[in-house]
Design a protein around this ligand. Structure first.
Ligand code: E4P
Length: 220
C-alpha cells in the first residue's frame, strides 16, 4: 500500500521524505490556506522534495469551464502534479476530459461507492474516499472503502482507492485489511505508526545488555 502525507506544510514533507517510505502528498484548499504560503510555490517545493511522488493539488472553481482552466494551469506547473477535483457533476466531466488527455486526477470528497463508480468511469487515477468525516457523524467511513475496493476489482477499473480523512492508526490498519491502494494521513498519524511499547522496552533492554557487557561494533 502506498503512503501519502496529507499536508500543506513543506517541512512535514521534508521530514517524511527523509524516512524513504513516502509515495506522495495530498493537499486541499484548507491545508494550503493554513500553510500561509503561495499555492504554486508550495506544490513545486513538494515536487522537489519528493522527486518520484504524486503531488495532489486541487482546483477551486465549481463550474466546468473555470475548473478546466485551473486544472490545465495546475497541471502545467510540474509533471508530478495530480489534479484534484471534487465529486460534483462538472468535476466528473472534467475528470473524463483530463483522463482522455492523459492528465492524472484525484477525485476528492467521495463518501459512497456510487460516487466512486462515477469517478472510476470518468477515468480517475485516484478515488479519495474520506473516512474520518463519516465517523465524525456517527457512521462507519470504512464501509464505503471496502465496497469501493470491491467495485474497482470486480469491474477492472484502473483507479486506485485512496483512503483519506484518516484520524488514527486503526484507520490505516482497516485500510490495509480492505485492500485499499493508498492511505493519506496527517504527519502526526504517520509518526504514530512507528509506535509500539514493546519496541521501546525491547530496544532499551538490548542496549542495556550490550552496554553492560562492554561490547563494541568498531574495535580498536
Ligand atoms: C484528502 O485528500 C483530504 O485532504 C484529507 O484527507 C481531509 O482530511 P480531514 O477530514 O481530516 O480534513
Amino acid at each position: 500500500m502506498k503512503l501519502f502525507v496529507d499536508t500543506g506544510d513543506i517541512e512535514e514533507v521534508r521530514q517524511v521524505s527523509d524516512w524513504g517510505i513516502l509515495d506522495g502528498v495530498t493537499t486541499n484548499p484548507s491545508l494550503i490556506a493554513k500553510s500561509g504560503k503561495g499555492f504554486r510555490e508550495t506544490v513545486l517545493k513538494m515536487c522537489e522534495l519528493l522527486p518520484d511522488g504524486a503531488i495532489s493539488a486541487e482546483v477551486v472553481a465549481t463550474d466546468y469551464d473555470t475548473m478546466l482552466k485551473e486544472a490545465l494551469e495546475i497541471h502545467s506547473w510540474h509533471p508530478q502534479i495530480v489534479v484534484k477535483v471534487p465529486l460534483i457533476e462538472p468535476g466528473v466531466s472534467l475528470v473524463k476530459t483530463l483522463s482522455d488527455r492523459g492528465i492524472r486526477t484525484n477525485v476528492t470528497l467521495v463518501f459512497s461507492v456510487s460516487q466512486a463508480l462515477l469517478a472510476a468511469k470518468a477515468g480517475a487515477t485516484f478515488i479519495s474516499n474520506f473516512v474520518g468525516r463519516v465517523d465524525d457523524i456517527s457512521d462507519d467511513g470504512m464501509v464505503a472503502v471496502e465496497a469501493t475496493v470491491r467495485m474497482v476489482e470486480t469491474y477492472g477499473f484502473d483507479s486506485e482507492v485512496l483512503v483519506a480523512s484518516v484520524r488514527h492508526p486503526l484507520h490505516v490498519v482497516q485500510a490495509i485489511q480492505a485492500g485499499a491502494h493508498i492511505s493519506t494521513m496527517p504527519f502526526k498519524i504517520l509518526q504514530m505508526l512507528f509506535k509500539h511499547p514493546l519496541t521501546d522496552s525491547g530496544l532499551e533492554r538490548f542496549l542495556s545488555d550490550w552496554n553492560k557487557a562492554g561490547l563494541h561494533i568498531f574495535e580498536g
